[in-house]
Design a protein around this ligand. Structure first.
Ligand SMILES: [Zn+2]
Length: 261
């Protein structure tokens, strides 16, 4: 990703006319993205290191919505998370033209966003809406897909198994819940190679590696469908939670010991 000479006027038009409706950015997400873009790409830098305090001073908003907006922008592919520490974030800020299309057919009707029909799930963009992103996290049951570390809403992110740079899609077959460490370290490495590297570094056992490779195959084969009906209530208001949703995903019933971070 080279930082070519930018046409700021063109970028502004792409932002307003294409990116904001395509990613359905709300006001806070828009303000955060503009501010980060202003201090990275428009300054000739691809990468930006910043703290939430710095961000909140810049956009005049409190920390919680700013932090949530950063997380959502990472999920939607507008920011690529490189590192997250107590001191702050390091992100690549992507230009509108570098951000993969989220919805070429325009906004998804809210009824479909809440409860997509089975026939449409294969085409569904799972970065597009909060319920879909939540469904991917829920499918992994609070564990990093790669290293099986226990995750919290603050430490998790969504990772493309096949990176966007390699034309990976935002499909449920290509998105997994991941810790930020795996997300950063994996980069554009093939997922199976990355899993083997975790085993060599003894972050997972040989048995866990075998299970993860089976899960990877199951994911690609479409056997790990996220369950949108069991998303958190705020993400899918009114939906009925199935009594035993994991029954649908036999491969996911492998039992792994939960690891403390
Ligand atoms: Zn991990």
């Amino acid at each position: 990703m080279k930082n070519k000479t930018l046409n700021a006027a063109l970028i502004w038009k792409q932002l307003e006319d294409d990116l904001v409706p395509r990613l359905r950015l709300n006001l806070v997400e828009r303000a955060v993205y503009y501010h980060l873009l202003r201090h990275s790409r428009l300054e000739g830098k691809l990468q930006l290191r910043f703290s939430i305090q710095w961000l909140t001073r810049g956009i005049r908003l409190s920390a919680a919505p700013a932090r949530q907006a950063v997380r959502t922008l990472v999920d939607k592919g507008a920011l690529r998370l490189v590192e997250r520490t107590r001191a702050g974030h390091v992100v690549d800020v992507l230009l509108p033209e570098e951000i993969r299309s989220q919805s070429p057919d325009g906004p998804v009707p809210s009824c479909l966003a809440r409860r997509p029909r089975a026939a449409g799930i294969e085409e569904a963009d799972f970065l597009l809406t909060k319920p879909r992103r939540a469904a991917i996290h829920a499918r992994e049951r609070g564990l990093c897909f790669y290293c099986l570390t226990e995750l919290t809403p603050r430490t998790r992110c969504l990772d493309h198994v096949v990176p966007l740079a390699r034309r990976g899609k935002n499909s449920y077959r290509n998105l997994v819940s991941s810790c930020t460490e795996c997300n950063t370290q994996k980069g554009e490495t093939a997922a199976d190679d990355f899993l083997r590297s975790l085993c060599r570094r003894r972050r997972i056992t040989s048995a866990e590696l075998a299970g993860r490779l089976r899960a990877l195959d199951a994911l690609a084969a479409g056997e790990l469908r996220p369950d949108l009906l069991s998303s958190p209530p705020q993400a899918d208001a009114g939906a009925r939670k199935p009594s035993r949703p994991w029954k649908r995903f036999p491969v996911w019933r492998e039992s792994f010991p939960r690891k403390a971070r």
